[in-house]
Design a protein around this ligand. Sequence first.
Ligand code: 3NM
Ligand code: MG
Length: 515
Amino acid sequence: MGKPQVDYGLYLVTDSTPAILGDRDLNETVESSLRGGVTIVQLREKKGDTAEIITKAQRLHQITRRYNVPLLINDRVDVALAVGCEGVHIGQDDMELSTARKLLGPDKIIGVTVSTVEEALKACEGGADYLGIGTVYATATKTNTKDIIGTAGVREILRRIAEAGHDTPTVCIGGINESNVQRVLHQCAASEKVLNGVAIVSAIMAASDPEAAAKNLAALSEAPPSFSVDTGRELSADASSEAVVALAPSVIRGIHDTTPLSHNMTNIVVQNFAANVALAVGASPIMAGYGEEAADLCKLGGALVINMGSVDPSGLSNYLKALKAYNLQGRPVVFDPVGAGATSLRREAVKAIMANGYLDVIKGNEGEIKTVFGNSQEQQRGVDSSSTLDASQKAKLVRELASRERNVVLMTGKTDFASDGVRTYAIENGHEYLGMVTGTGCTLGTAISAAIASRSKDRLVAVIAAILHFEIAAEVAAERPEVRGPGTFVPAFLDELYLIRQATARNDLSWLARA
Ligand code: 3NM
Ligand code: MG
């Protein structure tokens, strides 16, 4: 007979507890989800007598067979044998894989839950038919999970099993739903290995219409996420910094010609300054902190800046609404985690933002980037937030964070470091007055938003163009005779942002010699 070919694309794990299933019928719910496109079902019953579970499984098997979809039983090899269904799914605390294989034979499907590289390698070597990798995100459905590993943890496991030469199929599990499924699939992919599917409990079992939920999840899993469309690299992975600098004028001209919207959700200290910077670089600013508005604003071809400068719980819910709207529209988002590590509220806000959406650019100072790296529901990798990193450590940190998030990360400082996870560049421009005026860091986020709004092809090129424009304007302004300190610097800086843009539009690139 042989083992059936299995499609792991949309993997439903059942849950008959009142919190999830409510008073609905298990069989009807599963059948509805099968109509919606679920490709494999696992019956997961943590309570109940054996006879009762066998009866449940038999009824369910009649349904799954009609849809030509495999039915696996969680944990209970005896139940799978009694029912004659297609296999089992075993956790790390369940029966040994080798024992289950002996009992079930070579033709049954045996899946294994793994949360570490070691567990994954062992399961692949032991002949698991697929791996369930998790827990990706904390979930109310299973609270006794051992490890929240985030998309970074999943990716590391995929990378290592591919490296070891295993082609075992994989799904991930834990907190996956309609709002994050595309991002999870996108961020988990290690270049040489991608997930074969997602395993889901509550987003289908607790949905008011499981068929519609499954249909939507299947469609979302198959389509490329809107935010990843139209990005790619204009320059090769080993492009020189000269080559990147040479593209800066075209980015600045692009802003000048298209006047993109820069939607700022920012703090009260910098609202006015940020709006003026947006105008000076040629963008059209809107300072709109109310999340409901984002659904309309995201359609105007601009970019969003989420600046956590004065975060509070209502601010956070506004950020999350706007983030979702921009992600769905495929428009870029810049995240400025101001003061990220300073308070527990801010650390929680960073976690929530990172878990709820895709951020095209993360920009912050050393402390902020360290916090984002260490505290974003992802595995801690030993960054000591009290230490000061040297240049190569900074470059490594931004590269690793960008690689993990599949985005662009900018760490500002005397030397700035920008990376897309592959290419990493150091930028030496700027002036100390920038550090003596409030909001210059925040308004750099605004300038970046204008650049990535008009240049979606290569976000790293756009980000570097924005920094060069910004920091060279500061240098030139500081050298003006009338500038005596931070106070007189601000208007001169706005002037120079404007003048550099005008010069670039005329193809006068003399300012770029400072890069
Ligand atoms: N196993 P939801 S997490 C059944 O990490 C299960 O192994 C997990 O539920 C693991 O899709 C989980 O509702 C529950 O978040 C997933
Ligand atoms: Mg188990």
